[in-house]
Design a protein around this ligand. Structure first.
Ligand code: LLP
Length: 460
């Protein structure tokens, strides 16, 4: 089919209802896709987050992103507090019928402002380092709601966690168990532990973010779990309190979750049969989010529908460790188009955010929708959106249909709230961006943009 002239796109853009009616008939496949994306944020007023267009301007809650960019510069991470609360509350409601703790997986976003907002809602934390413990406590998350996973906890980290009396260690190996027993002995305390079990279930997600299979480094293999529990029960300085699993991230199906939970529960029954009573059942995190409008990952309520019947009648406190599904769609990265160029085979939009600011596209080939901050009538074009970093792998999008972007214009990289800033770096000696938290009509700078001085701090 022939592509229609450009005025049709513009006309379509100005009348949303007509757009719905006409798109099937007139817009060829790639454009249709891109139009859908660009408009669905506006049309549906997406139920997932509070970034939306008003009078052609993309807003974070009550504030135009352009205003934030003018005030704080770009690249800029912008978070929506209302979205954070909404997603946290969705978990609270979903599991409200049973004793539970929602432990936000702060590797997804460890900004103090974000953490304080979640702490205020009653969140606990799933941590993986001493640094995360430090941040969690500083943000007001009670130690009694902190669980600590990670395959390589050091003596100092174990000491810090014991000193602060965290809820429990999610222990990932027999060696680590021995070490925690030794360190707790030195400190004359009993260490509360859960064993992280590797259930060997394929979560059907990207291999880099899949964890619960034998070929990955996480957890204690299911077969070795029983002897490990027996060993733990014999240790003088260990208090066995729980069991944990986490099979992977960006899960879009619940079947693997259910399968792994069933395996864990079978083990729990076995342990109880041997007189070992565990208080905490930690089912990990991993629910996916919608990176594009055609994805439809399960909501917390759907997860609860699978989990709650399976644990009915069990006298346990449930722990859930969501990260991405709380903060992912609550953040965007605002970036400015610096230059444009064409290589003859490709058109490039060169922006001021690079792979050091958001590495997910480069590292996982991840898709993030990119939207113009100011919507205007203009043709679509196929471009690579690339950053200033000296790597060919430095891109935010490849072969993407976008409304034509001019120099100086702002773009919003959507769904960047999880594993965005936290995975950022100073590569190419680029100061890391500022972060802003919007709540209604108010905004708060929750992290200053780094300066050149920050780059050399600590060097001698
Ligand atoms: N609990 C444990 C033990 C985990 O390892 C993780 C994530 C979570 C909870 C939280 O998972 P979530 O709910 O966020 O899916 N950098 C990757 C994701 C790595 C996830 C690592 N573990 C990305 O950008 O996709």
């Amino acid at each position: 089919m022939l592509a229609p002239p450009i005025w049709i796109y513009n006309f379509v853009a100005s009348t949303i209802d007509c757009q719905r009616a006409l798109k099937k008939a007139f817009i060829p496949e790639p454009e249709k896709d891109s139009f859908d994306r660009a408009f669905s944020y506006m049309v549906k007023k997406s139920s997932m987050h509070y970034f939306s267009y008003k009078h052609g301007e993309l807003y974070a809650e009550g504030i135009p992103l352009a205003e934030l960019a003018a005030k704080f510069g770009t690249p800029l991470y912008v978070y929506s507090a209302k979205t954070l609360r909404r997603h946290f509350t969705a978990y609270e409601k979903a599991f409200g019928a049973v004793p539970h703790i929602i432990c936000f997986a702060m590797k997804a976003n460890s900004n103090s402002g974000v953490l304080s907002a979640l702490a205020h809602e009653g969140s606990g934390a799933d941590i993986v380092s001493g640094g995360e413990l430090f941040r969690a406590l500083k943000a007001g998350i009670p130690a009694g709601k902190i669980v600590y996973a990670g395959v390589g906890k050091t003596e100092d980290e174990i000491k810090l966690a014991l000193k602060n009396r965290i809820l429990m260690f999610n222990v990932e190996s027999a060696d680590e168990l021995e070490e925690i027993d030794r360190v707790a002995g030195l400190m004359r305390v009993k260490a509360p532990v859960a064993l992280r079990v590797n259930p060997d279930v394929d979560p059907r997600t990207h291999p880099y973010i899949s964890t619960g299979m034998k070929k990955y480094k996480f957890g204690i293999p299911l077969k070795e779990a029983l002897p490990a529990y027996e060993a733990a029960a014999r240790m003088k300085n260990i208090n066995v309190v729980g069991i944990q699993k986490h099979i992977g991230s960006q899960l879009t199906e619940l079947e693997p979750f259910k399968d792994s939970l069933n395996r864990l529960l079978a083990l729990l029954d076995l342990l109880e049969g041997r007189g070992m009573k565990l208080k905490y059942l930690d089912i990990g995190g991993g629910l996916g989010i919608r990176y594009t409008e055609d994805e439809n990952p399960p909501a917390p309520a759907e997860l609860a529908k699978v989990v709650l019947p399976l644990i009915k009648g069990r006298d346990v406190t449930l722990i859930v460790e969501p990260g991405r599904s709380i903060v992912g769609n609550a953040g965007v990265l605002v970036t400015k188009c610096l230059y444009r160029k064409s290589s003859g085979v490709k058109d490039f939009v060169i922006v001021d955010a690079g792979m050091n600011d958001l590495v997910r596209p480069s590292l996982y080939g991840a898709h993030h929708d990119i939207l113009p901050v100011r919507k205007a009538k203009r043709p679509l074009e196929k471009v690579d959106v690339v950053g200033p970093v000296c790597e060919s792998g430095d891109f935010l999008a490849r072969d993407r249909q976008l409304p034509a972007t001019a120099r100086g214009e702002l773009l919003a990289v959507m769904s960047a709230g999880a594993y965005g800033f936290t995975m950022g770096s100073n590569y190419n000696s680029r100061p890391r961006p500022a972060e802003v938290l919007v709540d209604g009509d108010e905004c708060r700078l929750v992290r200053k943009r780094e300066t050149y001085r920050d780059l050399t701090r600590g060097e001698m």
